[in-house]
Design a protein around this ligand. Structure first.
Ligand code: FES
Length: 103
């Protein structure tokens, strides 16, 4: 089922960087890339690190703890020691707000 939820103002999502928002008791990471917004879980699948503290390079987020990497479009782990995929969420922009489908 779709569950579109208003999570942020578009203006609060940084360009070519990552920020975190609290949604329903869990944190999501929001990434701004070339005017598009992507959303994933904020906690790394390898350990308890917050990806909002990591480094975004293009569409790849590097975990701040062990430098594992994920593609934020697919959630696929792209660099060890991260192996399990990151959960991703559909995003749409309406009237300057960012909506995430929490499913
Ligand atoms: Fe993210 Fe280890 S906690 S790579």
């Amino acid at each position: 089922a779709e569950n579109w939820t208003d999570v942020s103002a578009l203006a609060d999502v940084p360009d070519d960087d990552v920020t975190a928002v609290m949604v329903g008791g869990a944190e999501l990471a929001l990434y701004g890339v070339d005017g598009t917004v992507f959303a994933t879980d904020n906690i790394c699948t390898h350990g308890h690190a917050r990806l909002c503290d990591g480094f975004l390079d293009g569409h790849e987020i590097e975990c701040p703890l062990h430098q594992g990497k994920f593609d934020i479009r697919s959630g696929h782990a792209t660099c060890q020691p991260a192996t399990d995929p990151l959960r991703i969420f559909p995003v749409k922009i309406e009237n300057g707000r960012v909506f995430v489908d929490l499913g």
